[in-house]
Design a protein around this ligand. Structure first.
Ligand code: FAD
Length: 436
């Protein structure tokens, strides 16, 4: 007879591994499936991992030797890029070095470590196994398991946790709406190797301190998009993500976009002499609250992480939302199992809890942001306006004998002109205020 588990988790990324960890720790029999040769084998992100979520799942295991991260983030920089200039803000704090808030990392190293925690708790890791469909009860339609690409590949369970990422096949099999091209971005990333000492002197770092830089402006070539440059131990992660509908309209190949980012004078000097060791591309769900499916749980299933669209693009947080949603789903299922009520109604407690949590509240808060960005458009916001801010800064700092009051008025005029006049600038300020 085909195997039966209390729960099957599809996807051993941060969401799936978290759900499996909680379920196994609660004494349920759990299979954790992933198509990768090992968890994380092909996974990519920017990326930054957050202590709060990791600690919520595995306590202080991050203090273990061999915790697979790169550098502890002690400084975050934001750059507004003109064609050959930038306006910057940032924050650096020694406290981040003593009490880590976030680390840079590679998923191919972190995911196996994290999934192993679920396995140590008793979950059965089944890798190199692709789930190709959901199994359903022909009478009730309830999800009863999954069909894998293995011989006799049916696996049965009381509940299937769907955590197969942004390109979720199972979400589609449930008949949930697909992402619209204005709700997802495509990000390309290159890992650039540099000697440790070069990184530390170029970025003003000591020991394992790390910097993250988020940049926007000229680099997205008139599209809505954000770039990033993060320091690893002996490499840099450089990437840029742009909305898919913009990419289609502008007909720019993602690798060309990244190549032009690498030529930008503010970036070029930071990556000079670096050797490219890896190139990858991945989608990011950026639709916020309104792109969530109508229900995050149903008859025999729950949906977590990117598969549900749980990414806070404004704060570049995804892995932590994935972990915490997996944890929440695991708890609800374990509790439902204990009560002996695994009905859709009972599993919907996860949907309610998630929407009421900080995750739901934050995604609701930025719900107007995607449409606002589209309404204004990448050309006006990231090209014209950011360009205007750079010209204003140039005018402000230029000591050419112009009386300061006049120089300041000219600087302000640059911004107003870039926005298309006072009225649009006020509207933009209002939209921005409402958007966040
Ligand atoms: P995933 O990590 O995508 O994991 C899904 C898993 O499911 C994968 O292991 C995959 O192999 C498996 N799978 C898929 N389909 C199947 C199938 N049919 N059968 C079996 N297995 C399957 N987040 C941050 O917190 N910080 C960052 O700095 C950050 N930067 C990012 C930069 C980029 C360029 C990108 C693309 C994303 C970034 N994110 C970042 C977002 C973050 O990566 C995601 O939110 C997070 O990985 C979601 O976790 P998940 O477990 O839901 O999905």
């Amino acid at each position: 007879a085909a195997e039966h588990f209390d729960a099957i988790v599809v996807g051993a990324g941060p969401a799936g591994a978290s759900a499996a960890l909680v379920l196994a720790s609660s004494g349920l029999s759990v299979a954790l499936l992933d198509r990768g040769e090992f968890p994380g084998a092909k996974n990519m992100f920017g990326g930054v991992l957050y202590r709060h979520a990791i600690e919520a799942l595995v306590g202080e295991a991050w203090k273990e030797n061999g915790f697979p991260v790169e550098r502890v983030v002690t400084e975050q920089r934001y750059w507004l890029l003109g064609p050959e200039s930038m306006v910057t803000v940032g924050h650096r704090h020694e406290a981040f070095g003593r009490e880590p808030n976030a680390w840079t990392a590679f998923r191919a190293r972190f995911d196996p470590w994290f999934a192993a925690k679920a396995e140590q708790a008793g979950a059965l890791g089944v890798y190199q196994t692709t789930v190709v469909d959901l199994l359903r009860d022909p009478k009730t339609g309830r999800v009863t398991g999954v069909l894998t690409d293995r011989d006799e590949g049916e696996l049965y369970a009381d509940v299937v946790v769907i955590a197969d990422g942004v390109n979720s096949l199972l979400r589609e099999k449930l008949g949930l709406p697909r992402w619209r091209p204005d709700q997802v971005s495509l990000a390309v990333k290159e890992v650039l190797a540099l000697p440790r000492e070069t990184i530390e002197s170029r970025f003003n770092l000591e020991g394992n301190e790390g910097v993250t830089i988020e940049f926007l402006g000229d680099t997205s070539q008139g599209m809505v998009g954000l770039g990033f440059l993060y320091t690893n131990k002996e490499s840099l992660s450089l990437g840029i993500g742009v909305m898919i509908d913009d990419l289609a309209r502008h007909r720019i190949a993602p690798y060309e976009l990244l190549e032009s980012v690498k030529r930008h004078p503010m970036i070029r000097r930071l990556i000079a002499g670096a050797e490219s060791v890896e190139y990858s591309a991945h989608m990011i769900p950026e639709g916020a609250y309104d792109a969530l499916p109508p229900a995050l749980a149903g008859d025999g299933w729950v949906l977590c992480g990117d598969a549900a669209g749980l990414v806070n693009f404004l704060h570049r947080e995804g892995t932590n939302l994935a972990m915490l949603s997996g944890q929440m789903a695991g708890r609800v299922i374990a509790e439902a199992h204990r009560r002996g009520d695994l009905s859709a109604r009972s599993l919907m407690a996860y949907d309610r809890e998630l929407r009421a949590s900080a995750i739901g509240r934050d995604l609701r808060r930025i719900r107007r942001m995607p449409s606002m960005l589209h309404r204004w458009g990448g050309r006006r916001l990231f090209g014209d306006l950011v360009g205007g801010i750079n010209r204003a800064a140039y005018r402000y700092f230029l000591a050419d004998g112009t009386p300061k009051r006049q120089a300041e008025a000219e600087a302000l005029r640059e911004i107003v002109r870039a926005a298309g006049g006072w009225r649009p600038l006020m509207r933009l300020a209002w939209d921005g205020f409402r958007g966040v």
